[in-house]
Design a protein around this ligand. Sequence first.
Ligand code: MLT
Length: 409
Amino acid sequence: MTRLNENYLKLPGSYLFSEIAKRVAAFKEAHPGEQVISLGIGDVSRPLVPAVVAALHQASDEMGVAETFRGYGPEQGYLFLREAILKHDYLAWGINLSADEIFVSDGAKSDVANFQELFAQSSCVALQDPVYPVYLDTNVMAGRTGEFANGRFGGIIYLPCTEENGFIPQLPRERADVVYLCSPNNPTGAAMTRAELKKWVDWAAANGSIILYDSAYEAFITGADVPHSIYEIPGADKVAVEFRSFSKTAGFTGMRCAYTVVPKALCVYDELGAKHSLNALWLRRQTTKFNGVPYVIQRAAEAVFSPQGQAQIREVISGYQQNARVILGALREAGLTAFGGVNAPYIWLKTPKGLDSWAFFTTLLSKARVVGTPGVGFGACGEGYFRLTAFNTPQLTQEAAQRIAGLKF
Ligand code: MLT
């Protein structure tokens, strides 16, 4: 008999967004011909920008010619893309890193899921509540938690993000080996200021902890006091890994390209106290388990950094930011309290009349034909909250906003 990894049995039956998709499909089957608008999963609606499409065409043509055809590429990513990332996203911001500290991958989701492999199974993990489920579920799979009871897994340090603390995680009293931070935040839309993030960097330095910093929504930052990278904070290169993605920045959710920064100054320790470079270990991991992102996709990602690419993606992002304002306006008109949507494409609303998150999901779907994400799906502190995304088209966002504004709560 083949035994399974029983840690998988601790997980909820299905991944949050699969569960939502199932319920929406059932609703559509029962209400044929009705237009359901999704403000649920954070998937983009605008097509790739022309600069990216041109690069895709050109790279595809190269792949059809013997002289320019490419087989396996470097697992860490082609240097042309890593240098473009370095120049645009770090050196231009006064952050000194080098190209070999950048690892191109097929998604921030997979990197953030895989990175925990490098830490001992006994590592103590802290994460925000509510939280992007991938951080938690992958640690459950790895056996770092106890059982699930009363909405929480044993062995995890939860950092409640509530209305009282502005949905910003506060330092825990206990020490943690690894802490996941996501800013601008999925799901709450809250973003840490420089001063708030500095507290975490200092805490990690004082405790010998490592921060896994998910910055997938960096392109949506509008506040001058919100850092775009954790490496803007002095000393962060000794305590933090940063995850970024082209998905929400440049419409790459179906293309798959992201990158992870693992500074060479970042170290982990073995049982005898000997120091090891996390950068070298991640490279070892990637070269063993990953064959790199397709050449054509990396050329497309490189085009995001061209002057035309930058102008074009900025226009798309502005459109999503406008959607967020439209949604916020509609929620307020409907008498609801809402947060986020300013530095992030996510709006986090308080469900009315004490409705629980799933009850509000059903109400919104049946009364407005609008799909959102129940806050409790992101953790116990998400109960009584609900997430909407700004990623649909302006037309459908307007339509959804009108339907929501017309609801009486
Ligand atoms: C979300 O809706 O939370 C995101 O789309 C999930 C993701 O990026 O994996």
